[in-house]
Design a protein around this ligand. Structure first.
Ligand SMILES: [Zn+2]
Length: 501
């Protein structure tokens, strides 16, 4: 997320017919197309086309990742969602599990989410709710042993708030735009804390998720333009309804934005199709965002790892952050699309450029490399701010780098350059500290780290950090030990000065 005070500046076919036999007329020679929503759990081939070639090895590597099959309907009023979710969950931890925990985020984002008809392997179960009904604990009748899988199925209904006042409007139907974030029951991360779930503070991102695979079918009024994470598998129309099927993964979330007023511009860049969606009056911003995203992918591909997907969507929503990141999609606030004007005392184009570069950077540091966004926000936000600095350096040379770094320094100066650690949980920062430290001082730590390690070792470190942690969860300890390995130096003093509380 960029906050408002942010920077200024084949086996498959066989298995399908085997597991889900379809009636075939004896006389017919045509092979009916299998319904993608009945793809067997272990079959990842449907996700292949959404990934660039270098990322396709993840399909086999992540064989224990959760697989979501979700089908939902957007009502004509555009703020009520009803759906069914079926998840194939595998215990990839090192202990048997007695329960599986899901987040029901709409219940703490100003809306509601209700789950019904919950089953585990076909047997009805009664869940328990915690954390203001944002956590659903699904009991298992017998412990799920390491390596074993279970299938959890439920119906759910969501009411989307018609305001953007809570959590920047990540989940909202407002100004004819539906922003549907974190709106399906999401499995929590099980880590060294056990099932890791807490109430997110208002300031930061709300999710912490493992990489998973999502097959999603959406029924929606046909006049809506639908923008989603992932790649389209099929789009059909039936009467006044459109039916879109999407494959998304590996990914840490599924996002959808929709409006009857979106217009689209697109371009292909570095093997990635970039689409930019905004209302008619916002088209100059939509075009500019496209150019910035294209340059960003080029810089980050070269520096960190290839952008994993074949598609990236940029969508204008009335959110109260500047921008918000989702897998394969970024939402940019409509307020900065008039890029020929000024916004808050600076050219709006500067806001647009730094925001788009930042949100595209999150595709590496949040989605590809995951982290606990509530406990270690510096691993995604500070590092993404540093990536944005590298974008300016690589795009505009030392003058561009200097300009953006000055913005970071002035941001830190809002707390009088206090040496508050950058490595604290979101909830531990008071008032304006979170923005000043995590978005201002945090990226300056990476500048200090680069100076300490030397540019060559640092560049190797950041590339290897990204590649070695792709689709995994980063930790501060791993980051430090990898950096020390690459510079063959002791970085305790530097990390104690900047990072650790
Ligand atoms: Zn961010």
């Amino acid at each position: 997320m960029t906050k408002i005070f942010a920077s200024l500046l084949s086996l498959s076919l066989f298995l399908t017919s085997c597991t889900h036999p379809q009636p075939q007329p004896v006389s017919s020679t045509a092979t009916p197309e299998p319904d993608p929503m009945t793809t067997p759990w272990a079959d990842r081939s449907i996700f292949r086309d959404g990934l660039v070639p270098s990322a396709q090895s993840a399909l086999d590597a992540l064989n224990g990742a959760s697989v979501y099959h979700i089908e939902f309907t957007i009502a004509n009023n555009l703020y009520e969602i009803t759906g069914t979710e079926e998840v194939h969950y595998t215990n990839t931890e090192d202990v048997p599990l007695n329960e599986v925990q899901f987040r029901l985020f709409p219940n703490i984002l100003g809306g509601t989410m209700q789950v019904s008809n919950l089953t585990v392997d076909g047997n009805g179960v009664t869940p328990a709710y915690q954390l203001n009904n944002s956590l659903m604990v699904v009991p298992l009748s017998a412990p799920l042993e390491v390596g074993q899988s279970t299938i959890i199925k439920m119906d759910y209904a969501v009411t989307v708030p018609q305001t953007v006042e809570l959590n920047y409007g990540v989940l909202a139907y407002y100004d004819d735009v539906l922003a549907l974030a974190h709106a399906n029951p999401m499995i929590c991360v099980y880590d060294d804390e056990g099932w890791n779930a807490e109430l997110p503070p208002q300031d930061g991102d709300v999710t912490y998720a493992d990489a998973a695979f999502y097959l999603v079918r959406i029924h929606a009024p046909k006049d809506l333009t639908l923008v989603t994470s992932g790649s389209e598998i099929s789009l059909d129309e039936a009467g006044q309804t459109q039916v879109l099927t999407v494959a998304n993964g590996p990914a840490r979330d599924f996002y959808l934005a929709a409006s009857p007023y979106f217009e689209e511009v697109s371009q292909i860049s570095n093997g990635v199709v970039i689409h930019s969606y905004a209302g008619k009056e916002l088209q100059n911003g939509a075009h500019f965002a496209l150019q910035v995203a294209s340059r960003s992918i080029e810089v980050f591909n070269r520096r960190y790892a290839p952008y994993p997907y074949t598609e990236l969507d940029i969508v204008a929503t009335p959110n109260l952050a500047l921008g918000i990141e989702y897998p394969g999609a970024i939402a940019i606030t409509t307020r900065i699309y008039d890029v020929s004007g000024d916004y808050r005392g600076a050219p709006t184009s500067q806001y647009m450029e730094s925001t788009v570069a930042h949100e595209v950077g999150h595709q590496w540091f949040y989605n590809l490399v995951g982290d606990d966004q509530l406990d270690d926000p510096w691993l995604d936000e500070s590092l993404t701010q540093f990536a944005t600095l590298q974008y300016y350096a690589d795009t505009y040379g030392s003058q561009g780098e200097e300009g953006f770094r000055t913005g970071l320094e002035s941001r830190w100066s809002r707390v009088s350059n206090a040496d508050i650690p950058i490595g604290m949980p979101v909830a531990s920062y008071q008032g304006g500290e979170y923005g000043a430290i995590v978005y201002g001082r945090g990226p300056l730590f990476f500048v200090a780290l680069k100076n300490e390690m030397g540019t060559e070792a640092f560049d190797v470190f950041l590339k290897e950090y990204t590649e070695s942690l792709s689709w995994k969860i980063a930790t501060p300890e791993y980051l430090q030990s990898l950096a020390e390995q690459k510079c063959a130096c002791d970085l305790d003093a530097l990390f104690n000065e900047w990072v650790y509380p």
